[in-house]
Design a protein around this ligand. Structure first.
Ligand code: AKG
Length: 282
């Protein structure tokens, strides 16, 4: 299911130091939003006042398409402005608030983000930016550096649960890095990078904005696995509106089916962790 129309873009940042660090580690952290931006984004969040049931929530949980579109456009415009001169040939394609209410139930397990491009030829960049300083108490992010290196998987949406429980003690001990961010700092990572966050044990809600960027010439994709036919992934070409219209877990509507592929994801093992760590050295 490769596509020749998408070119492998190795360089993601204009700045060489960031570009190299990103290739090696799969992520960088940079100061991004100004204090005024943070105020504006906070005001947008609070003015909408949307209520969610769960203690960790993303706008994708909402069925209010107008709300989702408004957030995508209004907050996305701020991130587009701040990132356009830093990224090398990438465009904004999706954006959501990701919010941790103060609760022991607000942890996010280790995962890769959905694959939204053809990973055999290109990559997506994902951004997570908190509106307050984050730390080990209020739900800072953690990443596995180097986990964008092969072998990599296709992440096909909410039913894609990485079976990794038995490796978690080892990952926490030797491979997981905490990312402490000041308000407005952006964690920018390759969408394949494994990441997680602990529960928010503070008394303040931790609001982040999460945005996706893809190369200007890349086509957006969504990989869907039908629970009745779990050995196969259906590959759809999607457009930006998918991200505010799509209902979590459903087969995409109004999207072009490009074809089917075998689900070749294999469980993550100690050998993967070693390979990723080695990939950082080369
Ligand atoms: O909100 C968080 O702490 C985690 C968010 C996240 O992992 C994601 O959006 O992929």
């Amino acid at each position: 299911m490769g596509s020749n129309s998408q070119s492998m873009i190795m360089r993601s940042f204009v700045d060489s130091r960031l570009a190299e660090q990103f290739e090696r580690e799969g992520f960088v952290v940079i100061p991004l939003l100004t204090n005024d931006d943070i105020e504006q984004v906070n005001a947008i969040y609070h003015n909408f006042g949307t209520r969610f049931e769960s203690d960790w929530h993303t706008d994708m949980f909402s069925r209010d398409v107008d709300y989702r579109r408004a957030i995508h456009e209004r907050v996305g415009a701020i991130f587009e402005t701040r990132l356009k001169d830093l990224l090398d040939g990438y465009r904004y394609c999706c954006g959501n608030f990701v919010v941790k209410e103060p609760s022991p139930n607000s942890a996010v397990p280790l995962h890769q983000d959905w694959t939204i491009v053809d990973p055999s030829v290109t990559r997506s960049l994902n951004v997570i930016c908190p509106l307050i300083d984050t730390n080990e108490v209020n739900g800072q992010l953690n990443v596995v550096p180097g986990s964008h290196h092969p072998p990599s998987r296709i992440s096909f949406g909410p039913s894609d649960q990485i079976q990794i429980e038995s490796l978690l003690p080892e990952i926490k001990e030797s491979y997981l890095t905490a990312v402490r961010q000041n308000a407005g700092d952006a964690l920018i990572y390759d969408g394949r990078v494994l990441h997680s966050s602990e529960a928010n044990r503070s008394d303040q809600t931790r609001i982040c904005f999460s945005a996706g960027f893809i190369p200007n010439d890349a086509k957006l994709r969504h990989y869907y696995r039908d629970p009745q036919n779990p050995s196969v992934l259906e590959v759809f070409e999607i457009t930006d509106d998918f991200f505010w219209k799509h209902t979590l877990g459903e087969r995409p509507k109004d999207a072009r089916l490009l074809g089917m592929m075998a689900d070749e994801n294999v469980p993550i093992t100690h050998a993967h962790l070693e390979a990723w760590a080695r990939g950082r050295m080369t």
